[in-house]
Write a protein that binds this ligand. Sequence first.
Ligand SMILES: Nc1ncnc2c1ncn2[C@@H]1O[C@H](COP(=O)(O)OP(=O)(O)OP(=O)(O)O)[C@@H](O)[C@H]1O
Ligand SMILES: [Mg+2]
Length: 269
Amino acid sequence: MLLDVEAVTKRFGGLTAVSDVSFGVNEGEVVGVIGPNGAGKTTLFNLIAGALAPSAGCIRFADADITGEKPHRICRRGLARTFQIVKPFGNLSVVENVVIGAFTRVRHRSAAYAEAERVLGVTGLTRWRDAAARSLPIGLRKRLEVARALATRPRLLLLDEVMNGLNPTELTAMMALIRSLSASGITILLIEHVMAAVMTLCGRIVVIHHGERIAEAPPREIARDPRVIEAYLGEAYQSERRSQPATAPRCWRWTTSARTTLTCKSCTA
Ligand SMILES: Nc1ncnc2c1ncn2[C@@H]1O[C@H](COP(=O)(O)OP(=O)(O)OP(=O)(O)O)[C@@H](O)[C@H]1O
Ligand SMILES: [Mg+2]
């Protein structure tokens, strides 16, 4: 097991944001984390990536105990994350933002730039390499967030809502990027509210509700789980499934009208 989260709890004063959560991620998997707003998903990522220390429990990565370790040390081990609220250095250019990530692995400026150019190619950002990060629209900022993390050469990549706010074209491109990263051997753990994407990309989904892990299963089972439907997916989702019993699970908000076309029902209504 590449990542092992064992009985992890995080308390903020009287609020238990993450409560006794356990799950694991095997090398090569794409695992989704879903749950309502405020469920504790980002807090869980903060604990795994070292931004917060757990109140209880243990986190192991690549056979090492990383519980409470500093973020830069965890990153050096090969665990990188993106931020839900994208945080580029706005005054710096796109390539300079990625170079900062590359310095995690290489010492020399020329090597860092070479690595950054490679990552810009992988993420489709080469055209914008000299643009100021702050000038990018949200779709490209999300991409830059992924690029910065990739430049640290992760074995495990934590993606926190990288598909939120993207238009259908950007969403399709981001899904393709995630698939290609997975195919290149990077293990992926992703938090996402865009259900059509989660259901399509992930082999397994962990559901968090009020800080607790309430379910963990492959997408098809998650889509049928009454606890998950009640806590998160909602009645609309269930009735949509009944009216479209066929193949892939459908979301209450997003529906896949063709393999590559995602339509937001609330937008087209
Ligand atoms: N640093 C903090 N101090 C105090 N409370 C916090 C802190 N970080 C998060 N919380 C609280 O912990 C709970 C879980 O928040 P978290 O951001 O992990 O939710 P989330 O599942 O990521 O939600 P969303 O889907 O909206 O991003 C919330 O009640 C939040 O207000
Ligand atoms: Mg969050």
